[in-house]
Design a protein around this ligand. Structure first.
Ligand code: NAP
Length: 314
């Protein structure tokens, strides 16, 4: 089958379209004929070698397509069912066939596959970050960085669906403010501008100066969720005494580790995300490129200029 591989760590130029063996599902697994694969910042990190994976590696943490086969003694949607799936534990989504745990495969509920491929990573993460990591309560205020991005565009909407009060986003440039507002934020501010307001929940996937500003933006008993470092800045230490003196909490979330530890719960969150996207409660803005242009997708993601989500048509 055709797949995009990472033969060596490096820039987007290392990505290659190659012929590789079709993966077969083992016990508890399902294989999928992939129609679309989501393109994510996570795959850029795999390609750069930030996450150490055995080479050559087929990246791709999420797909949409049809069930191809169920592994031995495996329950799941019948062969041919349109599905969305997380392939985040072992990768392999940038390919004609992908395999993953049966718990991480859910029916599409009528959602178009080109949209569905954008749901498994970012929308599922949005619900889990707010519900499970931040333990959001009805009426609480939320601040989300990179609010026009893939996961940022989902976090504001998921917060609303979970009953949040005021939801504010930050963006890196004025050009992105309009896109973020279209995703339902009450207000969008420039990330570099001083922030007088305080929030019950702050979600930071940008890191660097934004992480320090996030700590400052916490209201008493506020929770900061650390979930990425898109800026590539050095790690920012958390002063423990500050948490003590000011009643602040810092917590972390990583979907790959969460899905490996809690596959059934991850599957339920994915089901909820697909249902919300299918009903229109969760809006997605999706741009499409062919699978062979995965390197171009990575360049666009790394440029920081994209809004919404990119998917690769397989
Ligand atoms: N922990 C998890 O489970 C999880 C799940 C999904 C995503 N993530 C993380 O969340 C972050 C965003 O992912 P995404 O899929 O939403 O990606 P994305 O759509 O490409 O968004 C990334 C955004 O980060 C901002 N940014 C700031 N500095 C940047 C830089 N030097 N290079 C590129 N972007 C920069 C940009 O927004 P502005 O222009 O507004 O600054 C950019 O649009 C990534 O770090 C990713 O690893 C984590």
């Amino acid at each position: 089958m055709r797949a995009v591989t990472i033969p060596e760590f490096g820039s987007a130029d290392v990505l290659r379209v190659a012929d590789v063996a079709v993966p077969e599902p083992g016990p508890g697994q399902i294989s999928i004929d992939v129609e679309y694969a989501g393109a994510n910042f996570a795959e850029v990190l795999y390609r750069r070698g930030v996450v150490d994976v055995p080479l050559p590696f087929v990246p791709g943490i999420e797909v949409a397509g049809r069930v191809r086969a169920l592994g031995p003694d495996t329950a799941g949607p019948p062969v041919g069912t349109p599905v969305a799936a997380l392939t985040i534990v072992d990768g392999g989504g940038y390919a004609e066939v992908a395999v993953t745990a049966a718990e991480l495969v859910v029916p599409l509920d009528g959602l178009a596959p080109g949209t569905a491929a954008a749901v498994p990573s970012n929308s599922t993460t949005a619900f889990l970050v707010l519900d499970r990591a931040a333990r959001i309560e009805p009426g609480e205020s939320v601040l989300v960085h990179a609010a026009a991005g893939g996961v940022g565009s989902q976090l504001g909407q998921a917060a609303r669906l979970l009953g949040a009060g005021r939801v504010v986003g930050t963006v890196g440039s004025p050009a992105k403010a309009e896109a973020a507002l279209a995703f339902g934020y009450d207000d969008v501010v420039l990330r570099d501008a001083p922030l007088a307001e305080r929030f019950d929940v702050v979600v930071d996937m940008v890191g660097g100066p934004a992480r320090r500003a996030s700590l400052d933006a916490l209201a008493p008993m506020g929770r900061l969720v650390v979930m990425g470092n898109a800026s590539g800045a050095d790690d920012v230490g958390v002063p423990a005494n500050e948490l003590w003196f000011a009643n602040k909490t810092v917590t972390g979330f990583n979907l790959a580790a969460f899905a490996a530890a809690f596959p059934a719960e991850t599957g339920r969150a994915l089901r909820r995300a697909v249902a919300a996207a299918a009903s229109g409660d969760l809006r997605l803005s999706v741009a499409e490129l062919p699978l062979a242009d995965a390197a171009e997708a990575h360049r666009r993601i790394e440029s920081g200029r994209t809004t919404g989500k990119l998917v690769l048509a397989v």
